[in-house]
Write a protein that binds this ligand. Sequence first.
Ligand code: ZN
Length: 182
Amino acid sequence: MRVRIAALACRPILALGLDCYDDVRSVIVHPDEFVVRGREEVDAAGVVHVSDDVLSGEAWEQGPVILAWQEVLASGRGDGFDVVAHEFAHKLDLLDGDANGTPPLHRGMSREAWAQAFQWAYDDLCARVERGEDTWLDPYAADDPSEFFAVCTELYFDVPERLKIEYPAVFSQLTAFYHPGR
Ligand SMILES: [Zn+2]
């Protein structure tokens, strides 16, 4: 289990270095999808919604990464799904303290180009989801920019050619981030 999780977790940081995961002190593994009960969310009107979420993984800021083993087994097999890359992408996103879909970019990368590529693709997905289209990207990615970045990271490592066709600008920003110098 350790080897499979480590191998999948290392893929995104082969060029970035292990320091990126300094904050990851522990990885908690559940046998299968797990339920987080009573999570509170405040909507725009200030109303508090309490819900139970069924999760395949979770990444806590300055805390553990939590993974469902059955989902780890299904990850990285060319189906466009990789819960490990997804949760560790959240960790990379959080390196600057903000879960906003933008990790700390390398010198030479343009924040503006990054924002433009991701905003356009995110807006496109949100519009498709709103129209009720059957989208190639998991509609979950339309939740917020941080989920969009995590889902695009999964796709980047699992089905890069398809992501390149779907959102070429996002693909090239992710290449600049995950493979600087390529
Ligand atoms: Zn996520």
